[in-house]
Design a protein. Structure first.
Length: 381
C-alpha cells in the first residue's frame, strides 16, 4: 500500500510539473502575441501620425518665424483650382453658344478661346503662383501689424457683399427732367432689380457650403482671402504715401547705333570735335529724342547698363561704348541734380508700384525661408 501511494505522489508531481510548463509556454506565447500586436499598432499609428499630422503640419515656407503649413498650401491650391475650373466652364458654356462661321461672332469666339488658353496656362503655373502668393500675403500681414494697420470684420463683410453683387445702401436714382419738343416713342429700359439681403444670404450660404463640400475650404479661410485683399490695399496706400517726391536725377543725351563698329566711329568723330547733337540727329537710331536728348530722369527708369553708366558721369563728361539690349550707346551728361522734384507721371508710377517694389525686396530677404513644395501639390481629382 505504501508503495502505491508513493507512486501516485510521484505521478502527481510529474503531472503538475507538465502543467506548469504548459502554462508557462502559453504565457510566453501570449506575451509574444501581445508584443507583436502592440508593435504593429505602433507602426500603423506612427504611419498615421506621419501621414495625417506631421506631413500636413510641416511647413512649405517660413516667413519671419511664421510657418505656412502644407495643409494650408494644399487647401489654397484646391480652392484656386476650383475657381479656375468654374471660370473655364463658364467661358466654355458661352463659347458653345457662338457660331465661328458667323462673321459678327468671330471676334467673341477668338476672345473666349484666348481666355481659355490663359486659364489653362494659369492651371499649369498654379502651384507656384499659390506658393508665392501665400508668402506675399504673410509678408503683407506682418508689415501691416507693425504699422498698426487693421482690417475689421465689417470691412470684410462689405467687400464680400460687393463681390456677390449686394448693395447695402444702393444709390437713390435721381430723375433727370426731360424737355421734349417731339413725341417720345422709345420705350424706356426697365431698371434692373437690385439683390435683396435675403437673396445675398442665400447665395452666400450656398457658395460657402459648396466650398466646404467640394474643396474642404472653410468659411473662415474664404473670409481670410478678402481680408488679405484689404490688407494689400491698405499697405499699398501707406507705402505710396511714403514715396519721396524728389530724387537724384540726371539730364543726359545719347547716340544709339546697331553695331560696336559704328559706336567706335561715333566716338572718334566726337573726339575730333564734331557736335554731339548733330551726330545724334545724323546717326542715332533713337528717333524719339531730339538731338539724342533724354531729358531728366531718376534711377529706375532706364535699363541697368545705361543707368549705371549715366549716373557714373559728371556734367560735361561722355561715356565710352555702353551695350544694352537696344544696341550700343554713347552717353553725354548735361546736368545732375541730387534732389530734383519728380514729374507727375514718374511720381504716379512710383506710387503705383510702391507695394510691388517693397515685396520684391522682402521676398529675397533672409526673413523668407522656402522649402520643397512641388512634391506636396495635391493630386488632381
Amino acid at each position: 500500500m505504501a508503495k502505491r501511494s508513493k507512486q501516485r505522489e510521484l505521478l502527481s508531481k510529474k503531472q503538475l510539473s507538465r502543467k506548469e510548463r504548459e502554462a508557462q509556454q502559453k504565457r510566453v506565447l501570449y506575451t509574444v502575441a501581445a508584443v507583436t500586436i502592440v508593435a504593429v499598432l505602433l507602426v500603423l499609428g506612427f504611419g498615421f501620425y506621419q501621414e495625417y499630422i506631421v506631413k500636413p503640419s510641416s511647413p512649405v515656407a517660413v516667413v519671419n518665424g511664421k510657418p505656412i503649413s502644407t495643409r494650408e498650401y494644399q487647401l489654397m491650391v484646391q480652392y484656386q483650382r476650383a475657381e479656375l475650373a468654374s471660370l473655364a466652364a463658364n467661358l466654355q458654356s458661352q463659347l458653345s453658344q457662338l457660331d465661328p462661321t458667323v462673321e459678327e461672332q468671330q471676334f467673341l469666339v477668338q476672345y473666349f478661346q484666348q481666355q481659355l488658353q490663359q486659364i489653362q496656362q494659369q492651371q499649369l503655373n498654379l502651384p507656384t503662383q499659390v506658393f508665392d502668393a501665400m508668402i506675399d500675403d504673410e509678408l503683407i500681414r506682418q508689415e501691416a501689424a507693425k504699422r498698426n494697420i487693421i482690417v475689421t470684420p465689417e470691412e470684410v463683410q462689405e467687400e464680400i457683399e460687393q463681390q456677390f453683387g449686394y448693395e447695402r445702401n444702393p444709390p437713390t436714382p435721381t430723375p433727370t427732367p426731360i424737355t421734349a419738343t417731339v413725341a417720345i416713342t422709345v420705350t424706356p429700359m426697365p431698371t434692373p432689380s437690385l439683390m435683396s439681403e435675403d437673396e445675398f444670404q442665400k447665395r452666400y450660404s450656398e457658395y460657402v457650403l459648396a466650398l466646404r463640400k467640394n474643396v474642404g475650404f472653410s468659411e473662415a479661410a474664404f473670409r481670410r482671402l478678402f481680408e488679405s485683399g484689404i490688407y494689400r490695399e491698405k499697405l499699398q496706400e501707406a507705402l505710396a504715401a511714403e514715396v519721396p517726391t524728389t530724387a537724384e536725377q540726371v539730364h543726359a543725351r545719347h547716340i544709339l547705333v546697331k553695331t560696336e563698329e559704328e559706336a567706335k566711329s561715333v566716338l572718334e568723330r566726337l573726339k575730333a570735335g564734331e557736335d554731339f547733337a548733330a551726330l545724334a540727329k545724323e546717326l542715332s537710331t533713337d528717333t524719339s529724342s531730339k538731338g539724342g536728348d533724354l531729358g531728366w530722369f531718376p534711377r529706375g527708369q532706364m535699363v541697368t547698363e545705361f543707368e549705371e553708366a549715366a549716373f557714373a558721369l559728371q556734367p560735361g563728361e561722355t561715356s565710352g561704348i555702353v551695350q544694352t539690349s537696344y544696341g550700343y550707346h554713347i552717353i553725354n551728361l548735361l546736368e545732375r541734380d541730387p534732389n530734383r522734384p519728380l514729374d507727375e507721371a514718374t511720381l504716379s508710377q512710383k506710387r503705383a508700384s510702391a507695394l510691388e517694389d517693397w515685396l520684391a525686396k522682402q521676398r529675397e530677404s533672409e526673413a523668407v525661408q522656402r522649402f520643397s513644395y512641388l512634391d506636396k501639390v495635391p493630386p488632381l481629382k
